[in-house]
Design a protein around this ligand. Structure first.
Ligand SMILES: [Zn+2]
Length: 236
């Protein structure tokens, strides 16, 4: 993809009449480990129940990739849930809730925070991975990638991916931009680092092979209720 952010968006719109287009709801949360976390967690559990009751099926990164590139069918009402930033609650609370509902999610983890209090350590990241969850890279230091020198940009993308792959012992191909911030240099670095799917914070529920490094996601804020979530996904 040689286009910039703006023209890639045009590509995405143009693709809406093409075959290489899938309606897959992609939703995500960014948690702040704070006093409000209990409320967030209760929302999360209720949101999963609402999705399940409305007939949604969570899908993995591999399922989305296979559907986009190989035409493998997805379950009805597919939804890809991601949880950003790698707070320790991912393993203590989010994972058990997902397992209760027999659902999967992608955790976008910040590799430079493995030793910081409140964040996942490498063993906890491996625990999520072994539980069948997807682990994606969310850079080393969660900075606005547009503001970096080329060397810094490489460290936050390729460097972070290498750390994550050493941690997990396998390939890592999904990436999420901190703050959703990207431009052409950032896209080039993410592609050069070897990521094949990258997620923005641009709202949207249509994923396309014409812009695999600009996958939109719907941000589910704290104030969103379970019925509000279903409404965001387009009724049901
Ligand atoms: Zn983030």
């Amino acid at each position: 993809m040689k286009s910039g952010g703006a023209s890639a968006q045009i590509e995405l719109r143009r693709a809406e009449s093409a075959d290489d287009l899938l309606r897959v709801a992609t939703i995500f949360r960014e948690y702040a480990a704070s006093l409000a976390i209990d409320l967030c967690f209760q929302n999360f559990d209720a949101e999963l129940a609402a999705l399940q009751n409305a007939g949604y099926h969570t899908v993995s990164q591999a399922q989305l990739f296979d559907a986009l590139y190989h035409g493998t069918p997805l379950p009805p009402k597919p939804v890809l849930i991601s949880v950003d930033d790698g707070y320790v609650d991912d393993v203590t609370r989010i994972l058990p809730a997902l397992q209760r509902h027999h659902m999967v999610a992608t955790f976008f983890v910040i590799t430079g925070r493995f030793t910081m209090p409140g964040f996942l350590d490498p063993g906890q990241v491996r625990r999520l991975d072994r539980a069948g969850m997807d682990i994606g890279d969310h850079t080393a230091h969660h900075v606005d990638l547009r503001l970096l020198t080329p060397a810094q940009l490489r460290a936050e993308t390729l460097g972070s991916r290498r750390v994550m792959q050493r941690t997990l012992g396998h390939f890592v191909y999904a990436f999420a931009y901190p703050f959703g911030a990207e431009n052409q240099a950032v896209l080039d670095a993410v592609r050069a680092a070897g990521f094949t799917m990258a997620y923005t914070t641009a709202g949207g529920t249509t994923e396309s092979t014409s812009a695999p490094l600009l996958m939109p996601r719907l941000h589910i804020g704290r104030a969103v209720t379970p019925s509000g979530l279903l409404a965001l996904l387009g009724g049901a």
